[in-house]
Write a protein that binds this ligand. Sequence first.
Ligand code: FES
Ligand code: FES
Length: 180
Amino acid sequence: MTQNNLNNITVTVNGKEHSLSVEPRMLLSDVLRDELGLTGTHVGCEHGICGACTVMMDERPVRSCLVFGVQANQAKILTVEGLSNADGTLHPLQEAFREKHGLQCGFCTPGFLISACHFLEENPHPSREEIREGISGNLCRCTGYQNIVDAVEMAAEMLSKDKISETDQCTVQAEHPAGI
Ligand code: FES
Ligand code: FES
């Protein structure tokens, strides 16, 4: 299992399986960014506070700065890169963030998108208050949250009109390359 203090892990990220060797102390956020080149997952505080590093892991949103890579062995991960479709079509949440100006510097956006994707699956018809509560684990230094709440509200409407197509579900996307 270990050789030169490395652990072999296999992890499925955005529907693609990867086998790699990582140091036991390596964080999942670093595995994604440094080993797999998926720099859409942002690292802000590295203390589990800001939520910028949020990814889906086995159908749950997790802060990837608080998970060791070895803990992700055999897990299915969805990062922000897996939200859009293979043909480049944006996920309704991405469209809504663009439409409602839910981003400024964009640093917090990947974490918000993943958190909101999971939130809307749990609560497809949220009130604005529930949206605020649902995204309260993610911090934004730029927007004042108003536009982010607007964007999540808009995405909820878009998704309910679409009757939530399978490819828009973040739990499904984790198992299929680029949301196919
Ligand atoms: S970088 Fe992980 S919560 Fe801030
Ligand atoms: S858009 Fe800049 S931190 Fe949120």
